[in-house]
Design a protein around this ligand. Structure first.
Ligand SMILES: [Mg+2]
Length: 213
């Protein structure tokens, strides 16, 4: 039986947590800094657009921060842990099988609900998490965890998807283009393979290998 797996991932998690209590920061450039305010561990979309990489030491970007009025927060892991638990609890209501994968990522297995429209479900998930917890999520859907992860990359970075991408609904040509894009962004098959300890066989894998070479 074809598996149906969704990966739900909070966008810019630490920054999104800070924005729950500071809605005035929506649309403004925000970073969260590591312990002792050493370096950047989370960036809002506005900061990513300025080309600030993860891990950049704060002292190296102070001028840029002044110029663009970037707001910096000290990390608050108690807050992030609490909001993570709330997100996971909401997500658990959508599928019988949930695997919490990291502080801001969860796999949901819909294989036992073959008739459920997962694009619609993905949009419901987004709305409910935003409404009940206050953070934005993206939803990627595929037949393996790896493909769900790639679909999540596409959902997050292509505006037209509105935060939800089900690879199963894509025509072949779109699938090839989007998967190549996603693999480039995600750092390639090898790292994904190692990360999830599984590898999708068949057409999807060979298409993507061909497309990215
Ligand atoms: Mg995330």
């Amino acid at each position: 039986m074809q598996r149906r797996i969704a990966l739900v991932d909070v966008n810019n998690f630490y920054v999104s947590c800070e924005r729950v209590f500071r809605p005035d920061l929506e649309g403004k450039p925000v970073v969260v800094l590591s312990n002792n305010d050493g370096c950047v561990v989370a960036r809002s979309a506005e900061v990513k657009a300025l080309g600030v990489p993860m891990g950049l030491p704060w002292f190296q970007m102070k001028e840029l921060a002044r110029e663009h009025r970037i707001l910096a927060f000290s990390s608050n892991y108690t807050l992030y842990g609490d909001l993570s638990a709330r997100v996971m609890s909401v997500l658990g209501q959508f599928a019988p099988d949930q695997e919490v994968y990291s502080i801001d990522e969860s796999f949901l297995d819909f294989t036992r609900q073959p008739h459920l429209d997962l694009t619609t479900t993905g949009h419901c998930i987004r709305e409910r998490v935003k409404q009940w917890v206050g953070v934005p999520v993206s939803v990627g859907i595929g037949s393996t965890k790896t493909l769900a992860k790639l679909a999540n990359h596409v959902a997050k970075r292509r505006a037209g998807w509105n935060g939800v991408c089900d690879l199963g609904t894509l025509p072949g040509s779109d699938l090839e283009a989007d998967m190549t894009f996603a693999v480039k962004r995600a750092g390639g098959w090898v790292s994904l393979h190692e990360r999830f300890d599984e590898f999708p066989g068949g057409d999807a894998a060979s298409t993507t290998d061909g497309g990215s070479s």
